[in-house]
Design a protein around this ligand. Structure first.
Ligand code: NAD
Length: 355
């Protein structure tokens, strides 16, 4: 007999090529009339497209979203959007832009529509972070969930291959770690397996052509499913290590997930055999151990597969291991300094897992 809890997310999801053109109707459905559009400087052209589609509902663009949501940017955006009496936001871009919308929504409780252009999955979760004086603090608040998410694969056509691939591995990490979560449920497990399958298939095609719209469809569909898993199941050692490495050593978010994943999965393999079978199956390599299938995927996709390549210094590994074991959290296998230090050593040198 199974015991589980599944909480559905109150988010409307619209998916499909060209779905961006529904933005005005979606804003009207939410009663938004004075909308501020958020982006990074690099995605300003997408924000301008949204302004055009929203017509008189658009109130302005704030294009200064930054990785890890610095408090100064949140305050600046809050001032500007409040002065213009905005009654909602549209966030178009990756996890950094969506993170800014979440931070604003936590303070104003205004609704927002998310239009993700990477595969980070942030739009599905009620977790948000703000960085102040070099320290990123995360909180959970149902008000930071977007009311509506528009997934338009056409928008990611210009996402460079390297960012697509590492962002895709970031998504796979949510699903892989979700599969052995303490609070996994059958619905999220289905989403995790399908999410990994769709993402891996999409990334393999993207490698041949970043303009392959079917591949972009598969990746964005996979990103949505993996994001749903992130939202519904507790994460463990893998996510802890990546947040430690990103927060304390300024390593790039998605690339760090990609490098660490085969090693964190290897760490937990013996304690979570059913999750391992599902990961291998989803990657199309049911005969191979999951850590090896993941490592092979990194190599096949040409993604950096060592912390050394991400320019971490070897002398930082001790501190990273200490930070990763500092506070107790659930993981299928006990989290111990020596074993975590060894995991980091393997990740630093990009060693192929042995099982
Ligand atoms: P990002 O938003 O910084 O985007 C990565 C890069 O892709 C940037 O250089 C951006 O300019 C570029 N880019 C985005 N869309 C593009 C497009 N269509 N064409 C060309 N370039 C494009 O990073 P990310 O990896 O999407 O997200 C990482 C951030 O999100 C981190 O701060 C992480 O902590 C956060 N995150 C939060 C959650 C959560 O649940 N709260 C989940 C995942 C990630």
């Amino acid at each position: 007999m199974q015991h589980f809890i599944y909480t559905a997310q109150p988010i409307r999801v619209c998916f499909g090529n060209g779905i961006l053109h529904n933005i005005a109707a979606e804003a009207d459905a939410l009663g938004m009339k004075k909308i501020f559009i958020l982006s990074t400087p690099g995605q300003r052209h997408l924000a301008e497209k949204v302004v055009h589609l929203l017509a008189e509902r658009a109130n302005g663009i704030y294009d200064q979203a930054k990785m890890h949501v610095p408090i100064e940017i949140v305050e600046d955006a809050l001032n500007i959007t409040t002065q213009s009496s905005a009654d909602g936001y549209v966030a178009i871009g990756g996890g950094s832009t969506i993170g800014l919308a979440k931070a604003l929504a936590s303070k104003t409780q205004l609704p927002f529509i998310a239009i993700p252009s990477t595969y980070s999955g942030s739009e599905m979760t009620m977790v948000y972070g703000i960085t102040s004086q070099g320290l990123k603090t995360t909180n959970k608040d149902p008000h930071v969930l977007p009311k509506t998410v528009l997934y338009d694969p056409e928008l990611s056509l210009n996402l460079p291959y390297a960012i697509s691939a590492s962002s895709g591995l970031n998504a796979i990490a949510h699903a892989a770690e979700g599969l052995y979560a303490q609070d996994i449920n059958p619905v999220s497990a289905l989403m995790a397996e399908e999410g990994i399958r769709a993402m891996a298939a999409g990334l393999r095609r993207l490698q041949k052509s970043t303009q392959d719209l079917q591949a972009r469809n598969d990746c964005l569909y996979g990103a949505w499913l993996c994001g749903m898993v992130l939202a519904s199941a507790g994460m463990a050692l893998h996510h802890k290590l990546c947040h430690t490495l990103g927060g304390s050593f300024n390593l790039p978010h998605a690339d760090t997930h990609a490098v660490i994943l085969p090693h964190s999965i290897a760490y937990n393999a013996s304690a979570a055999p059913e999750a391992m079978n599902r990961i291998s199956r989803a990657l199309g390599q049911p005969q191979d151990p999951a850590p090896i299938a993941l490592f092979d995927l990194l190599q096949e996709l040409g993604i950096a597969h060592s912390l050394k390549a991400l320019e971490l210094k070897e002398e930082n590994l001790d501190q990273a291991a200490r930070l990763a074991v500092a506070n107790a959290y659930w993981n299928p296998r006990p989290v111990e300094f020596d074993s975590v230090r060894q995991l980091l050593d393997h990740a630093f040198h990009g060693k192929r897992p042995t099982q």
